[in-house]
Structures are given as C-alpha cells and as structure tokens.
Design a protein around this ligand. Structure first.
Ligand code: 6R9
Length: 651
C-alpha cells in the first residue's frame, strides 16, 4: 500500500488561528540552514541572559575532536527563565496543575507559588550540602515536588539525574554510582492506578548496593506522599516536610554558563550499560522552549498536558522546561490512562480545560482497544492540538486519535526525537503542513536530516535508509557523562562528520519522513528504549543461564515486545518454574519495563562459525515468520534452527 497517498489537510478552523503558516515555515527553515549563526543568534534572545552571549555556535563533529558548544560565553539560570522572569506579567497565572492518581486529588500552583516552592526546595538542598556542580539523583513519583526538585537543582547549579520510578534498586544503584551522586531525592511511596510503589524501600536497597560499590550515598531526601511505613536511617535520611520548615522562601539563582551541565539522563543503547546523556543549560533551553511553542502552536491561554513521566526525556523537555520557559500552564499527571477507567485521560482534559495534549502511541492503542465509548462519554471541546511521541504511530491509531479523540478538529503532531536530541526534530508544525498518518513529516528549524546507505552514501529523492543529521542544533546532547569517547563512538563514527540517530527511515515523494524504527539492537517497548544487551546481561547473571539472546517482536499494544532465547547450563532441565524465576530475575535487575514477554528455552542458538549470534534469524522466528530465513549456510550448526522453530512461542 502506498501509505503516503493518505493525506489529511489541517482542519480549517485551526488553520485560521494558527501561529505560523506554510510559507513562513519554509522561509524560516531555509534561513535556519543557510545561516545558523544568524538564525540561532536571534532565537537565543527568547531567553533572559545575565550576561548576553557574543558567540553563537562552536561545533566540531570530527570524532577525534568532538566538541559541541552553543552560546558559550552567555550566562543565565534555567529556573529564572522558567519562573522569575514570568512573575511580573504572570505571577498569578497557573504554572503547574497537578492531577493525582485519584480523580478527587488535584492542586494548582501559580508562578508565584512555584517560585516560593522552588526557592524553598533549593534552600533545603543547600542545607543538606548540595553545591553547584554536584549530581543529585531523583527517584520520584509524578508529584509536583519532582518539578520543584528539578528546578531547585537548576537554581543552585546542581545537575539532576532522574531515574524512572519503575526501575529496580539495581538499576537505580548503577545510575547513582555512574555519576557519583551522593544525594538522592525520593518519596515514601509512589501511587499509580491505586497501586503503591515502594520507592523509599527501593532507594534503601540501592544505597546498600552503592555503598558496597564504594560509593556511599550521604543524604536521602524523602517526600511524604502516601504516609506508608518506611525504614529510616537517621544519619542519612531527611524528611522534606521537616527540613523545609526552617528555610527561607527566597533563594538567589546561581549564574550558570550556557555550557554548564543542566541534567544527566540515562538511556539505553545497543551495547553495554545505559549511557548518561548530558544536556547543558543555554542551547537546551532555547531548543526546549522554541520547539514547545512551535510544535503546539502555543497561545497564552492554553492549558497544556504531556502525559509522560519526568523519568523520561519527554517529561524533562515537555512537562517542565519547555512549557515553563514559555510561561505556559502545564499539567502533571500522577496516574495511568485506565484508572479508575478508560475515560480518565479525557475526563482530565475536561476537568482542566486542556487544549494541547501530548501522549504516546502505546497509550492510544491501549485506549483504542476499549472502543469509542469511554471517549464519547466526555466533552473534549477544549482540545486544539494532539501530539504523539516515543515510537512510530500506526495509521489506525493515528486515525482513531484524529477522528475519535479530536473529532477531526485537531491537528496531530507526530514528534520524532530522542533523549539525545533534547527536543523535537522531525514534526509537522500545525498549520504549516498537511499530515500523513504515520509520518513525522518535516524537519524543525535548524534540523538537516539525510538518509544514507550502509556505506554512508547519501541517498536522494524518495528512498529508504539510515537517518543521520548533518549539522548541529542547540538542543543536542554534549557528551556521555564521564565517557566522551563513547559519545564519539556511538554517534559520530558510523558516518564521519554526521550524527547517526540509530533509526531507519523512509522519505516519500513529497519529502516527508517516515521513521521505520531502530536499526540497532535497541527495542522500543511502549515507547521505552531497552537495549537487548541489557536484558541479556540481566538473564546471564542468573546461575541457570548459559547464554541468551534477546530480540524484539511486533506487539499490538506495546509496539514491540521482548522475546528471549535462553540456553541453560549443562545438566539443567528447564521448566515453567525456571521461566517464572528468570522473568522475576530480569524485573529485579532492571525493572518491570524489561519484563520478557516470552522466554524460549533452546538447546543452542544460531551462530556463525566465528561465534556471532545471528539475530536476524531469531527475530524472524520471534515474529512467527520463518518461511524466508535467508542464508543459513554460514551457521556453525544449522540444525538448531529447526529446533527453535518447532518450539517457538509466538504462533
Ligand atoms: C523522545 C523519545 C528515542 C527513539 C527514537 C525512535 C523512537 C521517538 C518517535 C519515534 C517514530 C516518533 N521514536 N519518537 N519513532 N516516530 N514520533 O522517545 O526519546 O526514549 O530516547 O527514544 O524512540 O526510535 O530513536 P527516547
């Protein structure tokens, strides 16, 4: 089917009021590539600078001399840009609407109240010894204090590293140790869909692991969320509600260089342990705020809601930094789309008069499965723009989102980007382009995408290849924390001089981009990146496992599921109990998001004579599509393939 034949024009009532039109996009885009210095020099003025920059761009993408700097002599503070500078005009405007897990539980904070909360939080951090440049790990539920903590770090120049609350103690400890973080902020328990998550207990376990690794955590700052019982280490643990009683409401903001680190966020790659993606201050905030404004056609009176978790990059850029830098009203949601029922998202939209809504394809698919009823039971007339992020959206889900949720009135913005890119990169700016279900359409300002073949030859016209980006943009990551060589090796060595995204992509005859998914050993489960190597290493750490190979397979709701092939140590007869044990083991090592959907025990894995596992074959078997396995003649033992097919689990 020629998918690109299906085109939707922007609904006319939207178009009439949209901030920018096709002609303006085209001329701004051309200007952004022709003279990046001039373009970004001007765009940097959207922020308040303590010392204005005189240099705009200083970038080398040579992998032996890799250096990315934007606005390098400018001085600013992110929390001032997200809060203080709005106080005169927007002091009483709502900055954050927090919607709790229970529909009866919500609270709003004006910009003035946000200022007070963040200053107090910053003073508590100072009181427990946090200084400029220190790394602070956040392991928190979706409560307003998570945003306060992020902004408080930014206010005093500390670097936050948020670890998603669904990660296990082992995964948390690995991230604490990697960035030498001696302070952790957590809560007693998290609450999601009426289930509690033992955050403090997990944090305690992580602190033990870190201490055993020679990196003891000095302070754990704990927010009381549920009031559940927690263990307490009086020398280490501090209750936030107690510490905050003795601090001032005002905290001067630390002047930061544009290239000082703002945050580290760990993300999975195709090899090794997760990488600490480092973002800095000036360029990141220009990118976060500008993309947020243009992608969502932001207007002063909008109520904007991104349903992500702050543990992921989407939560960083599009719940906290982008919206608040723009003086917008941003919703933070603690719960899940299906609690108390499958109408929850749309009830929250009605309750808070949400006009701009941003979620993930996996959530859309899960809700679509419940039928139109739960949507139709709600009003949704305030909605203007609907966004999606995290993985390719299948056209059926796109059309349901557009027609049923948006009633055909709201443009869909399918935003392609990555933890590494800081913000949206390929995206239909609403009002500037027709939409094609499943296509992220066209590049944002300053983004020069290209498709290359395996040898690095650039491909022209309508074609398919690996997606690279040809020039730097202000929001790009600056390094892998503590491992600049890994930054160079991962992103700048496959195609010298260019940034390699790790994604495959098709470009159609209209020049629209269609992301086809990862071309490396990264799988995308419900929009969450998971390195197959990470899951293999978790499996391999169990005494029963001799060897394992993990691949992704198509999954109706999650996009991709996790399929693991396991060979056991000699003499061990695998059974159902072992399968369950291994699943629990992976959950313990990484977290519930890494739970294998299938574990197939095998007597051997298909390997080349040089010992390389042929994942291509394993992927096909996991997809239940083994008629055309390709060339298997190079296998050391071709007979294992028959056994794998016979015992396959996805039929
Ligand atoms: C923001 C975020 C990045 C990977 C990326 C790609 C996939 C994200 C997408 C998309 C198709 C979209 N991805 N958005 N694929 N269409 N609109 O998700 O960051 O967690 O680092 O994942 O997600 O494969 O390379 P991150």
């Amino acid at each position: 089917m020629n998918e690109s034949a299906k085109t939707y024009s922007v609904p006319s009532e939207f178009l009439e009021a949209s901030n920018i039109r096709a002609e303006q996009y085209a001329s701004m885009y051309a200007a952004s590539l022709a003279d990046p210095e001039a373009f970004w020099g001007e765009m940097g003025c959207r922020l308040d600078w303590i010392t204005p920059y005189t240099k705009v761009k200083n970038v080398s993408w040579d992998k032996n001399d890799l250096s990315v700097k934007w606005y390098e002599d400018g001085v600013l503070n992110v929390s001032v840009n997200c809060i203080d500078r709005h106080l005169d005009a927007r002091g009483d405007k709502t900055a954050i609407i927090w919607e709790g897990d229970e529909p009866s539980d919500s609270h709003s904070y004006s910009y003035r109240e946000l200022h007070r909360e963040v200053c107090r939080f910053a003073n508590v951090l100072k009181a427990i010894g946090v200084k400029k440049g220190d790394r602070v790990t956040l392991y928190m539920p979706m409560i307003a204090e998570a945003a306060f903590a992020m902004l408080a770090c930014a206010r005093i120049g500390a670097v936050h590293s948020i670890v998603f609350g669904g990660f296990s103690p082992e995964a948390l400890a690995g991230r604490i140790v990697d960035c030498d973080s001696t302070v952790v902020i957590t809560a007693d328990e998290g609450l999601r869909g009426a289930k509690t998550i033992p955050l403090k207990a997990n944090c305690d376990a992580a602190c033990d692991i870190a201490a055993n690794a020679g990196k003891p955590v000095a302070k754990v700052l704990c927010i009381k969320r549920t009031g559940g019982d927690v263990a307490w280490d009086t020398g280490r643990d501090v209750w936030y509600h107690e510490a905050v009683t003795s601090v001032s409401d005002d905290c001067p903001a630390e002047p930061m260089n544009a290239e000082d680190p703002l945050f580290i966020l760990y993300t999975s790659g195709s090899t090794g342990k997760p990488k600490g993606v480092l973002h800095t201050t000036g360029g990141y905030l220009v990118w976060a705020s500008m993309t947020h404004e243009y992608v969502f056609d932001l207007k002063e009176e909008d109520v904007y809601w991104c349903s992500a978790d702050v543990g992921w990059v989407t939560g960083h850029t599009y719940i906290v930094y982008g919206p608040l830098a723009n003086g917008a009203t941003t919703v933070m949601f603690e719960g899940i789309p299906t609690y108390p029922d499958a109408s929850r998202f749309w009830r929250v939209c009605d309750k808070h008069k949400v006009s701009l809504f941003y979620t993930a394809p996996t959530a859309i698919r899960a809700l679509m499965r419940e039928g139109d009823g739960p949507v139709n039971a709600t009003d949704r007339s305030t909605l203007r723009v609907l966004g999606t992020v995290g993985e390719p959206i299948n056209p059926e889900a796109w059309e349901w989102y557009f027609n049923v949720v948006g009633g055909g009135r709201c443009p869909i913005v399918d935003t392609w980007w990555q933890t590494e890119t800081g913000g949206a990169m390929i995206v239909p700016l609403p009002g500037t382009t027709p939409m094609k279900p499943g296509s992220a359409t066209l590049p944002f300002f300053g983004v020069e995408p290209a498709l290359v073949d395996a040898e690095g030859n650039e491909l022209s016209g309508a074609t398919e290849g690996n997606l690279i980006i040809k020039q730097s943009w202000p929001g790009q990551m600056r390094t892998v924390y503590g491992d600049h060589k890994r930054f160079a090796d991962t992103y700048f060595s496959a195609y010298p001089g260019y940034y390699f995204t790790g994604d495959g992509c098709r470009r159609d005859e209209d020049g629209f981009y269609w992301i086809t998914g990862r071309v490396d050993d990264v799988i995308n489960v419900s929009g969450h990146r998971m390195g197959t190597a990470e899951v293999e290493s978790a499996l391999g750490s169990h005494a029963a496992v001799a060897e394992s190979a993990v691949v992704g397979f198509p999954h109706d709701i999650k996009g991709q599921g996790i399929y693991a092939y396991v060979t056991c140590v000699a003499g061990l007869e695998p059974d159902e109990a072992l399968r369950k044990t291994l699943i629990q083991h992976v959950r313990k090592e990484i977290g519930p998001i890494a739970t294998p959907d299938n574990i197939q025990f095998a007597s051997g894995l298909p390997k080349t004579r040089s010992g390389k596992i042929m994942r291509r074959i394993l992927r096909k078997i996991a997809e239940n599509n083994f008629d055309n396995l390709g060339d298997t003649s190079t296998l050391a033992d071709p007979t294992v393939v028959g056994d794998l097919i016979e015992n396959r689990l996805n039929r």
